[in-house]
Design a protein around this ligand. Structure first.
Ligand code: FAD
Length: 461
């Protein structure tokens, strides 16, 4: 009887706890991925994420085939699909790595109990986070809303486990499933990739989804950039960050692998270079924190964490202005460079994410949720925890957030973090010519308007 391994946000072979445990059973493996756009509450993927998923599944299917098995692809509500594959194959076990959104958890809990009720050994594993969100608690047994004590609590305990090695082979289940004319070529019929127009050229040029590229990026980052990460990470033109976020989002690499390789690489470093390594691991910690917050506030993408912000008087949405922001035509160079980088490559440097988000929320007075949705649709690393967490952080409505009255000045940010305008010129070919748009807003006036609106949060009527 086979064991089923259900792949979800963990599109890798190495350090995959569910696959590892299934292989230890010594039974043939049925590897399954379900594109679930039907189960209630599961947030539909954005366009850039769908593009990434397509490439990543193709890469995973190839890796599984090279090891001797196959990846079965299905589309529909995951519950009935997993149940029917278990029944058809007479599987004795179904294993998966955990997800942390409420809709996903609810679904997984129901599937687990149904499978167990029919005698199947259904088990979930920790594969995507170093610290399971419910295991990190304050002295009073609650959850954390401030990063520093959260991360202190995480790092005070036992260090993260060592990664599981990559399996040398996977013995695939020999049977044929009812719908098994479906091969990885049929991925094309899922329509995850854009066709007309094909807007993904810039994504293809910028990224190589898949497990092998994730490790190549990590290795290159550790060898070349880790020692200067602390000093250069805020400068978008420096390429000093790892660019691992989409690979972590899709689980092509695990945080355990990142953690352990960084520990290895930092041996022998001293002074600022050693501090850089700690800084990098702390950023990985922010990802953990975003999940901790999401776990405890499942509606993070739609509800202000600080309910006082419900009183914020957002003016009616100016659609034309919103389009100018989305297209990088606000007349503020760092904002426009970021928005264009996002549109072209499906990504944006962290510093610039903060600046573009602050500009939308505080200089354009647009509700952070509108920006969150645009990022969700356009980022290849669009993440159910980190994206709304980042937006609420900038808005001031979130956990351990920047205070609302701290309003980035996009020109000063540009002078500080892109002093030679290298990043700006890379992303705005017409910068400095007449073709470049005039400023969309007056920074001083909009700043005053934002602060006045914020008074309503402090003193709701
Ligand atoms: P590195 O600096 O190399 O950091 C290593 C890893 O740590 C990253 O890959 C990421 O997984 C994690 N990390 C780093 N900074 C953060 C952070 N502030 N919050 C959470 N995790 C972090 N990150 C996403 O992965 N997905 C998102 O959808 C996302 N949306 C964001 C929206 C806004 C408004 C803001 C301000 C930030 C957002 N971030 C998001 C966080 C951060 O911008 C990216 O993780 C980072 O830019 C990725 O680049 P990197 O992999 O080179 O990061």
């Amino acid at each position: 009887r086979p064991a089923i391994v259900w792949f979800r946000d963990d599109l890798r072979i190495a350090d995959h706890p569910a696959l590892h445990a299934a292989l230890e059973l010594g039974q043939p493996i049925v590897a399954v991925y379900v594109l679930d756009e039907q189960s209630s509450g599961v947030r539909p993927l954005g366009g850039a994420a769908r593009w990434w998923l397509h490439q990543s599944l193709r890469s995973l299917a190839a890796s599984i085939e090279a090891l001797g098995a196959r990846l079965t692809l299905r589309r529909g509500a995951a519950g009935p699909i997993i149940a029917s594959i278990a029944q058809e194959t007479h599987a004795s076990a179904v294993f998966w790595n955990r997800r942390y959104g409420l809709a996903e958890r609810t679904l997984d809990t129901a599937i687990k109990s149904d499978l167990r009720a029919s005698g199947v050994d259904a088990r979930s594993f920790a594969g995507s986070l170093l610290f399971e969100p419910w295991t990190i608690q304050t002295g009073q047994g609650g959850s954390y809303s401030v990063f520093t004590p959260f991360w202190r609590a995480c790092t005070a305990g036992a260090p993260p486990r060592a990664p599981h090695p990559e399996p040398r082979s996977i013995s695939g289940w020999e049977g044929v499933l009812d719908a098994d004319s479906f091969s990885s070529d049929d991925l094309d019929t899922w329509g995850l990739e854009p066709s007309s127009p094909d807007w993904a050229g810039g994504l293809r040029a910028a990224w190589a989804p898949g497990e092998a590229s994730a490790h190549a990026l990590l290795d290159a980052f550790l060898a070349e950039s880790l020692p200067r990460y602390g000093s250069d990470r805020d400068q978008p033109a420096q390429n000093a960050t790892s660019r691992l976020s989409p690979h972590l989002r899709w689980g092509e690499i695990s945080p355990y692998q990142v953690w352990s390789a960084t520990q290895e690489a930092q041996r022998g470093l001293t002074g600022p270079a050693l501090a850089s390594a700690a800084r990098f691991l702390t950023e990985v910690g922010w990802r953990e924190f975003a999940y901790h917050v999401l776990f405890n506030a499942p509606d993070l993408a739609t509800r202000n964490l600080r309910s006082a912000f419900d009183a914020f008087p957002w003016p009616p949405l100016d659609r034309e202005a919103l389009t100018a922001w989305q297209q990088g035509r606000t007349g503020f160079a760092l904002v426009d460079a970021g928005m264009r980088e996002l549109w072209r490559t499906g990504s944006m440097h962290n510093r610039v994410r903060m600046v573009t988000a602050s500009f939308l929320i505080k200089n354009m007075l647009v509700d952070w949720r509108v920006g969150e949705r645009w990022f969700w649709d356009t980022l290849v690393d669009a993440d159910a925890a980190s994206n709304p967490f980042g937006w609420q952080w900038v808005a001031g409505s979130g956990a351990d957030a920047a205070p609302y009255f701290r309003i980035f000045n996009p020109d000063l940010q540009a002078a500080k973090f892109d002093p030679h305008q290298q990043y700006i010129r890379e992303n705005i070919p017409e910068f400095g010519t007449d073709a470049y748009p005039a400023p969309l807003v007056d920074l001083g006036e909009t700043r005053r308007a934002a602060l006045a609106a914020y008074e309503r949060v402090k003193n709701p009527s």
